[in-house]
Design a protein around this ligand. Structure first.
Ligand SMILES: [Zn+2]
Length: 368
């Protein structure tokens, strides 16, 4: 294809529903994007905004949030909150963890906070020695580090995180996975105008949090990297839902979820308009932990918070049958995410790492 034709194609309006993905004939994905939305509850994912928290001006000072995210039914509310997720991911892919319908996926690390959760989902098993969010190098090889040793993926894995602990979770010095996280500026091998703009923002914006940047910066830095460096595996770890929830701001928590959904849409459409990724890229979206319930509990999570073990996960890709809500899967664990990421690329992480849980069932067609 000529460069000019590619340029013209890139100007086409996005296709509705990511329709370029083949449904009838299966094609193994050659690239995967993994996106985590830190601490976003299954309650909002499957039910949208919760009345108890939305109509309380202490948790939701913004009347605008009430106007934007309230509707009569859970189905309507969740689509207002995360339209791309419900219009595209849930229709064309598979979604796990819908407690309203009896489905379930949970963290098995018992601690229900971030570092143990990222260990479980990235390595495929809990590590009982990880008991804090401290900046300590992870001694475990994650599926991302292992995939770098597989054919065609050497040096083609990259990670972007809102939270500044990700370079430790992925042990950047050992794994050689470039990890851009926290308020790190972006330093591409070949600098772009977009990078320059992002770096001005990252060094001059007032910082709501010292250890977490805004998700928009994380996403746009990852997008810039994707288009410039064309990784085979891109991990984007967003963090604002958790940060706003800890601050007790339900309106901003909802806004962060809604914005993350817009980033997912932009990411998916960008991939479907890119000659290297179109129709050959899978997307996995999940979270590190759930949260509690009620006026006080919703903002919290951790070992002693009941219900914070329940999470959710979604898979969308050329080789994933469109089965929508997987309420038939009731006892999946967070550790199954790691092998799922590998399976989408035709790789078997559970065989390479005996401690790892198997891939989620039915996310890859069996006929190849
Ligand atoms: Zn948290």
């Amino acid at each position: 294809m000529s460069r000019r034709l590619r340029a013209v194609l890139a100007l086409l309006p996005p296709l509705l529903g990511g329709g370029l993905v083949a449904q009838a004939t299966t094609v193994r994905a050659t690239s995967v994007v993994l996106v985590t939305l830190d601490g976003l509850r299954w309650q909002e994912m499957f039910g949208g905004a919760e009345a108890l928290l939305l109509f309380d001006t202490a948790t939701t000072p913004s009347a605008d949030a009430r106007a934007r995210y309230w509707d009569a039914t859970p189905e309507e509310r969740r689509e207002l909150l995360m339209p791309f997720f419900w219009q595209v991911v849930a229709r064309e892919g598979q979604v796990f963890g819908n407690r309203l319908g009896g489905g379930g996926i949970r963290v098995s690390n018992g601690l229900k906070f971030s570092y143990p959760g990222y260990q479980e989902l990235l390595a495929g098993y809990p590590d009982r020695t990880i008991t804090s969010n401290d900046k300590r190098a992870n001694l475990n090889v994650t599926v991302l580090e292992w995939l770098q040793t597989r054919p065609g993926l050497a040096g083609r894995v990259a990670a972007f995180g809102t939270w500044d602990v990700f370079p430790y979770i992925l042990d950047e010095p050992r794994s050689h996975i470039p990890v851009n996280a926290g308020w790190d500026t972006l330093e591409l091998p070949r600098p772009t105008p977009g990078q320059a703009l992002l770096n001005v923002l990252m060094t001059t914006l007032p910082r709501e949090w010292d250890r977490e940047r805004y998700d928009a910066l994380t996403y746009l830095a990852a997008r810039e990297y994707l288009l410039a460096e064309r990784p085979g595996i891109l991990y984007i770890a967003l963090g604002e839902p958790d940060a706003w929830a800890h601050g007790g701001r339900y309106d901003r928590y909802l806004e962060a979820a809604h914005n993350a959904d817009a980033f997912l849409r932009d990411l998916w459409e960008t991939l479907q308009h890119h000659p290297r990724y179109r129709g050959r890229t899978a997307m996995v979206v999940t979270t590190d932990h759930g949260r509690g319930t009620g006026r006080r509990g919703w903002s919290r999570h951790g070992q002693n918070v009941a219900g914070a073990e329940w999470i959710w996960a979604a898979v969308l890709g050329p080789d994933t049958p469109s089965r929508g809500l997987r309420d038939d899967v009731r006892n999946a664990t967070q550790g199954q995410i790691a092998a799922t990421v590998a399976a989408l690329l035709g790789e078997d992480w559970a065989a390479a790492e005996p401690r790892a849980a198997p891939a989620l069932p039915g996310v890859v067609s069996d006929d190849q």
